[in-house]
Design a protein around this ligand. Structure first.
Ligand code: TXA
Ligand code: MG
Length: 376
């Protein structure tokens, strides 16, 4: 018997005609993968609950994990979000309004998602029934053109299967969801490569960093002239209700991934391979994969190969140690190592001092910590 024919998504160049075609598909309740400046998103009409159900089904995403509403207005203002009833009009203090206005003026369109009191137009499915909604205005011209052609906001989670590595190219989306969706708009590789910073502004104006990204805490604090709280530090706000997607393991490769305690150069003793403890201790891996943050991949591979006494395939996020480049490369290189012959993956840590000085390095460390937290 012949196996059932698998469908395969069409990859479309983002010409005006193709953007129109994709918008038409969205109008009919379809879902489309689109490029953004951060990662590729899987877009559906934000006001169409059946399109939102398709997004959850396609990603195998649990419906308790809410979506980000993406908007593309000519000029973004909080007043417009309220008029469109995306944000509740009466729930915000003067302080909150001032801070949100400042953030929108400074960072939109761009990689900052704001979590705000939810307006009446936002369906329950988009917010998982919560009283807040996440809203972002992407900067990518193709995402903007698609949303404007549709004439409505779209919900767009990263276009990967739930828990997996976010896609930063059309080919990555094809690998993740090619058999499940119809259209991928190809906008080339993503400029940033990491998902947006997510910031909640509460009714009284308190700012809480729910997901680090390239827009750093320091840049936000400067803009609102106030401290930004971190749910990881505060016991009360660390609850999974605030950031449902935050505490689960994410960005996982298929292979076991372990964070090293020190860089390869500073490694004194061979690392304990955690996944070889317990039941799996008889497994005998033959090849290691290594991700380093900076420097030369071949040299690091050679050093680790001597320490582990096995061949090592290595990738470097940025030879010259540039964190913007490292962020761009993170998901791409993780994907490459996952597809390589390596039996397991080891990742160099992001030094603490670097994390404290660079918002991007902090965001990279956050993603790596989550990638390592999946139980195999
Ligand atoms: O850069 C991005 O933000 C990308 C691109 C495609 O725009 N999108 C993205 O979406 O990363 P997603 O669904 O993969 O991640 C959204 C995160 C989830 O962890 C979700 O839990 C959180 O946002 N979120 C959504 N609504 C929320 C809300 N009301 N309160 C707290 N967290 C929320
Ligand atoms: Mg995601």
């Amino acid at each position: 018997m012949k196996p059932a024919e698998k469908k395969c998504a069409l990859i479309l160049e983002p010409t005006p005609e193709n953007i129109q075609k994709a918008a038409q598909f969205l109008k009919q309740g379809g879902i489309v993968a689109m490029p953004t400046e951060t990662v590729y998103g899987l877009a559906g009409n934000a006001f169409d609950p059946s399109a939102l159900s398709k997004i959850f089904l396609t990603k195998e995403r649990p419906t308790f994990d809410p979506l980000i509403v993406h908007v593309a207005m000519e000029n973004h203002t909080l007043a417009d979000l309220m008029r469109e009833q995306l944000v509740a009009p009466n729930d915000l203090s003067d302080m909150a309004v001032k801070r949100i206005d400042n953030l929108i003026r400074k960072f939109w369109p761009g990689p900052l998602t704001l979590v705000l009191p939810r307006g009446k137009m936002v369906p329950d499915l988009a917010t998982s029934g919560m009283e807040t909604v996440a809203i972002r205005a992407p900067k990518h011209p193709v995402a903007r053109a698609l949303i404007r052609e549709l004439g409505l906001p779209v919900c767009a989670p990263s276009a990967n299967r739930f828990g997996r590595i976010s896609p930063t190219s059309a080919a990555d989306v094809m690998e993740e969801l090619g058999e499940r969706i119809d259209l991928i708009l190809d906008g080339g590789p993503c400029e940033i490569g990491l998902e947006s910073t997510i910031l909640q502004i509460t009714e009284d104006g308190e700012a809480i960093l729910l997901r680090p990204g390239v827009i750093s805490r320091a840049a936000i604090e400067e803009t609102i002239d106030a401290r930004v709280e971190d749910p990881q530090e505060g016991s009360e706000v660390g609850s999974s209700v605030l950031a449902p997607g935050r505490l689960t393991s994410h960005y996982s490769p298929k292979k076991t991934l372990q964070l090293l305690r020190s860089s390869i150069a500073q490694m004194m003793t061979p690392p304990t391979l955690q996944f070889l403890q317990g039941e799996k201790k008889d497994a005998s891996p033959k090849k290691a994969g290594l991700l380093i943050m900076s420097g030369n991949a071949n040299e690091a591979a050679e050093t680790l190969s001597e320490i582990l006494e096995m061949p090592v395939i290595a990738e470097s996020l940025s030879e010259k140690g540039d964190w913007v480049e490292a962020a761009q490369n993170l998901f791409k290189k993780l994907r490459a190592l996952d597809a390589s012959e390596a039996d397991f993956l080891l990742v160099e840590p992001v030094p603490q001092a670097v994390q404290e000085n660079s918002g991007i390095a902090y965001a990279v460390a956050d993603r790596l910590m989550r990638a390592a937290s999946r139980k195999h």
